[in-house]
Design a protein around this ligand. Structure first.
Ligand code: 5AD
Ligand code: SF4
Length: 438
């Protein structure tokens, strides 16, 4: 009789970095002969990959752990918490609803392999830092998409923005060797991937640890890989955004004319308290530099409302920048005090209702901007990388254009994994609708 295979389920909270880490964890577990389950009910090992960036993300985790605790009452089940909350809370998590068995920080995830192989019954917590870049074999990553791939180029952050917990959960900046990044990209090209998204908390500060070659050189090398058609990267920091990066984006055909450049606030007083290291004017100069080189570039940003001491005029300055720049999308958040951060020592002075009202106001403004800008695209034909069928609308295919906008479209054949021309016929605030023409 064959031995029953272990089945694992992964739940991922948070950013693309976490999604990418989960793909690596899946690949690692597949090597042990385990198989991925589609539902937690079908698994005997559940990995929860966590985000600590806002209090709400931690709350979501705790309520999820509550559900898993119920599941655990009915059957044998091991639960591992990995990622940022694992690093932040460590042993504390073992007490949470009694559900958790293993706690592994971002630098300790590889230990999951031996815990699974040995069928460890003991509780285990590991949150030590490593100064070195951890190499994983790219061939072992089990990616969710067969079309577009995340490629991590750096980990951690040295910036210590006053509100941000990342430097405490992901540690200091560590750069991945250029050679290893290129190996992964070449492997992806051989497998038929058309798009790579280079990931890191602050990709602009990238330097190859061996040669010191900067981010622009990395972009050039990746662009030289045959088979890869589109290259995106995130996140950029305005403080490290040098004109050479704009020139590389403009000069390299494969690098998408699209940039995520977090503003956080439009008020210089708030930016200073946030320790962002740039002014509103410097940010706007970067934007005009980019637009003079590439008038069609699509820009997105992150905004925090209600940072300690943010006055109504401060907030109005953020609104004004949104009006002026007309981002193609924004991620907006209410400030949430996080442990260990400099801002957590300031009084969280903006009342919750005020934060909520400010958030609603910028989201409403952004929705209006997107509707207006999308309406101008009707009748145009654009290149779209088809990522597959729509999840909610399987009769439509879905993909992204060069500007990273979502485009849903009809097609007589299945163009998944291809760059196709789509004629735009309609729009909503968050996506475009069209027909494939070629
Ligand atoms: N509160 C609210 N938003 C935050 N972000 C990071 N830390 C906080 C916080 N404490 C936002 C920033 C960052 C994005 C990933 O999350 O806008 O760019
Ligand atoms: Fe956080 Fe600032 Fe680093 Fe971004 S740059 S991860 S906001 S500390």
């Amino acid at each position: 009789m064959s031995e029953k295979k272990r089945r694992y389920f992964i739940r991922t909270f948070g950013c693309q970095m976490n999604e990418s880490d989960s793909e690596r964890i899946s690949g690692m577990l597949d090597q042990t002969g385990a198989v991925k389950a589609e539902r937690p009910e079908d698994a005997d090992l559940i990995i929860v990959n966590t985000c600590a960036v806002r209090e709400k993300s931690e709350e979501k985790l705790f309520s999820y752990l509550g559900r898993l605790a119920q599941l655990k009452k009915k059957r044998t089940l091991r639960i591992a918490v990995v990622g940022c909350v694992a690093q932040l809370r460590g042993w504390e998590l073992l007490g949470k609803k009694g559900a958790v068995d293993f706690v592994l920080g971002p630098d300790n995830t590889a230990e999951l392999l031996s815990l699974v192989k040995e069928d460890a019954a003991e509780k285990h917590v590991s949150t030590s830092w490593s100064e070195e870049w951890h190499e994983t074999s790219p061939g072992l990553i089990q990616r969710d998409s067969p079309v577009s791939a995340y490629v991590t180029v750096m980990e951690g952050c040295d910036n210590f923005c006053a509100y941000c917990i990342v430097p405490y959960t992901r540690g200091r900046e560590k750069f991945r060797p250029l050679r290893s990044i290129l190996e992964e990209v070449r492997d992806l090209a051989r497998k038929g991937y058309l798009e790579v998204q280079l990931l890191g908390q602050n990709v602009n500060s990238y330097r190859d640890p061996a040669s010191g070659r900067p981010f622009t050189e990395l972009l050039r090398e990746v662009a030289a890989v045959e088979g890869i058609e589109w290259i995106r990267f995130l996140t950029s920091h305005p403080k490290n955004f040098r004109p050479e990066i704009a020139e590389a984006v403009a000069g390299l055909r494969k690098v998408c004319r699209q940039l995520h450049l977090p503003l956080q606030s439009g008020s210089n007083a708030v930016l200073k308290r946030m320790k962002r290291g740039y002014t509103k004017e410097e940010y706007l100069d970067i934007i005009s530099g980019l637009r003079s080189l590439m008038p069609e570039i699509s820009l997105s940003t992150d905004i925090i409302v209600g940072f300690p001491g943010e006055t109504e005029p401060d907030f109005e300055e953020s609104v004004e920048v949104l009006r002026q720049v007309r981002f193609s999308s924004i991620f907006s958040f209410r400030y949430s005090p996080r442990p260990l951060t400099a801002a957590s020592r300031l009084e969280d002075s903006v009342p919750k209702e005020v934060k909520q009202r400010r958030l609603a106001e910028i989201q409403h403004l952004q929705k209006t901007i997107q509707l207006e800008d999308h309406s101008r695209l009707v009748g145009k034909t654009m290149k779209v990388l088809c990522l597959g069928r729509g999840q909610k609308t399987p009769q439509l295919f879905t993909g992204r254009n060069e500007g990273n906008q979502v485009v849903n479209f009809r097609s007589p054949d299945d163009p998944t994994g291809r760059l196709v021309d789509v004629h735009i016929t309609a729009f909503g605030p968050y996506s475009l609708l069209g027909e494939k023409t070629a």
